[in-house]
Design a protein around this ligand. Structure first.
Ligand SMILES: [Zn+2]
Length: 260
């Protein structure tokens, strides 16, 4: 199992404890530990340095932005720029739009930070890790305004099935995550419409109240459900999802879209 999105640097679990836990997992091929905010930069560095199966992305998560006053956000941005200079990351994110936060950070403000993150990713030639809740149409417009093509992933896809193709057309992957109460009908449709070369599966641990090994087992179950829905062989699907994630995160920096 390769976990294309988790928060292994979550402060609830100490780095040493996390590394020990990962060392005991059978058949675990690695993970992207996704960026949240500057407080986690050190832990993500330590994890990547200690276990080469772990890679990281760096960003200011919409939740992090909503939790901090404006001056802190600017400071967080400077720390992000500094961290990108000092230790490698394979992607930029999480960045995005979250309708659930609109009371604390309105759409204009979120769009401002989203666009800033997207431009930084273009400048750094990094793929993006997108967090989008509601506002899938608006996020698509912003992506198109900033660049005609993207590398990256919409993690924990929760948008409508009819927007899968427009996002895939931009070059983005679509990742299915563990959900507390998944709408199986909608999920089956989405699992069927994502092109095979764009499909990813993730735990987004510790999003649910599961241990990491329980979350991996649940993600494996999700993968076999997806294989059923798509009418595809599980081993084949697993291999495709694994190589999609590896190509996205381990493919190295790529030239910008207009020079490809
Ligand atoms: Zn996440």
């Amino acid at each position: 199992m390769y976990d294309s999105h988790a928060h292994l640097d979550d402060p609830a679990t100490a780095v040493a404890q996390m590394l020990a836990l990962l060392g005991r997992l059978p058949d675990w091929q690695g993970a992207l530990t996704a960026g949240y905010g500057p407080e986690r930069f050190v832990a993500s560095r330590q994890l990547c340095a200690a276990d080469p199966r772990i890679v990281r992305s760096l960003g200011l998560h919409p939740w992090w932005l909503a939790e901090h006053p404006a001056a802190h956000r600017e400071l967080g941005w400077l720390k992000l720029l500094e961290e990108l200079q000092s230790w490698p990351a394979v992607a930029l994110g999480e960045i995005g739009l979250d309708k659930g936060l609109r009371e604390r950070l309105d759409l204009d403000q979120q769009a401002h930070w989203f666009e800033r993150g997207l431009r930084l990713a273009q400048q750094q030639r990094l793929p993006v890790v997108l967090h989008i809740v509601g506002w899938y149409g608006r996020a698509l417009e912003i992506l198109r305004q900033v660049a005609p093509q993207w590398r990256g992933v919409v993690h924990r896809w929760s948008g409508p099935p009819e927007l899968v193709q427009p996002y895939a057309d931009l070059g983005l992957h679509i990742s299915l995550a563990l959900e507390p109460r998944p709408n199986q009908v909608k999920r089956a449709v989405i699992a069927q419409v994502v092109p095979l070369e764009r499909l990813l599966v993730e735990t987004d641990w510790p999003f649910l109240d599961l241990s990491y090994s329980q979350a991996l087992a649940a993600a494996q179950q999700l993968l076999s459900q997806v294989a059923d829905w798509r009418g595809q062989d599980l081993a084949l699907l697993q291999e495709a999802v694994y190589s999609n994630a590896r190509a996205l995160y381990l493919g190295g920096p790529q030239p910008p879209a207009d020079q490809r």
